[in-house]
Write a protein that binds this ligand. Structure first.
Ligand SMILES: Nc1ncnc2c1ncn2[C@@H]1O[C@H](COP(=O)(O)OP(=O)(O)OP(=O)(O)O)[C@@H](O)[C@H]1O
Ligand SMILES: [Mg+2]
Length: 254
């Protein structure tokens, strides 16, 4: 059984079909790359899986259970967590505060236990704060721990976006163009991080414009064009298909 399955997914915005009849299976442990020209429906796909949008038609299953129709926080609690294409910050929060907001999903102790500072709460809190700090070290922004997130340079904010997603302890991570606005070295750092996250057992769905990044890391690629899936398979094979090359004609990414 696939970990994640999309069956007959259609998404309309008014009269515009952003996605037309998408069938897609994501297997446990893979790094699935999603490519396609601007406006082809990539982000819409992530918005649907993570519950930010509801499909016009079709059903999404996670671990055999229907998740389309659930709210984003319910889906995140099940283990499917997304990052955003633009830098999304918690208003006024520092880097560590941003991490802790997302870490809330991990607490099993309740508000009363927190209020009375029971041992169970304190032990759990210590572990979760420790994990948050380790994650900041992992995404290379540990030195910025107490800075306001809004004051970070763009590349660091992208890394914080991944850190915040990891703080929710995902089993599936949906990442939307993590390397935008980064130089080659920074982008390769992100590639290494994603590879490591995947090695630790997280299934990854990655939207990425940068073909070098994608071919480097994806175990499978799907290609979207005008809301349709036009290719699905081995990354290097996909990129040599005439219809895929044509979808990219005039773009600098291939
Ligand atoms: N909330 C919305 N309301 C109306 N139209 C939308 C909305 N979100 C997306 N669209 C439209 O749906 C289509 C697909 O958009 P989407 O953002 O999924 O593309 P994308 O492949 O992520 O593009 P990009 O590479 O530019 O990020 C586009 O025509 C877009 O304008
Ligand atoms: Mg997009």
């Amino acid at each position: 059984m696939p970990l994640l399955e999309l069956k007959g997914i259609i998404k309309f915005f008014g009269k515009l079909a952003a996605l037309e009849n998408i069938d897609l299976q994501v297997n446990k442990g893979e790094i699935l790359g999603i490519v396609g020209p601007n406006g082809s429906g990539k982000t819409t796909l992530i918005n649907l899986i993570s519950g930010y949008y509801r499909p016009t038609r079709g059903t999404i299953y996670f671990d055999g259970r229907k998740i389309s129709g659930l709210r984003p926080d319910q889906i995140a609690r099940l283990g499917i967590v997304r990052t955003f294409q633009s830098n999304v910050l918690f208003e006024g929060a520092s880097v560590i505060e941003s991490m802790m907001i997302s870490s809330r999903l991990q607490y099993k102790t309740n508000e009363w236990q927190a209020f009375w500072e029971t041992k169970a709460y304190k032990d759990e809190h210590e572990k979760i704060v420790g994990n948050a700090l380790n994650t900041l070290r992992f995404v290379n922004i540990f030195n910025e721990t107490f800075r306001p997130a809004a004051a970070l340079p763009h590349g660091f904010q992208r890394m914080l976006g991944i850190g915040v997603a990891l703080a929710a302890n995902p089993s599936v991570l949906l990442i939307d163009e993590p390397t935008t606005g980064m130089n080659h070295e920074e982008a390769m750092g992100v590639v290494e991080n994603i590879r490591e996250i995947n090695k630790q057992g997280v299934t990854v769905v990655l939207i990425e414009h940068n073909m070098r990044v994608l071919l480097n890391i994806a175990t499978r690629v799907i290609v979207l064009n005008f809301g349709n899936k036009i290719a699905d398979g081995d990354p290097h094979e996909m990129m040599s298909k005439p219809e895929v090359v044509e979808a990219y004609l005039g773009t600098e990414t291939l």
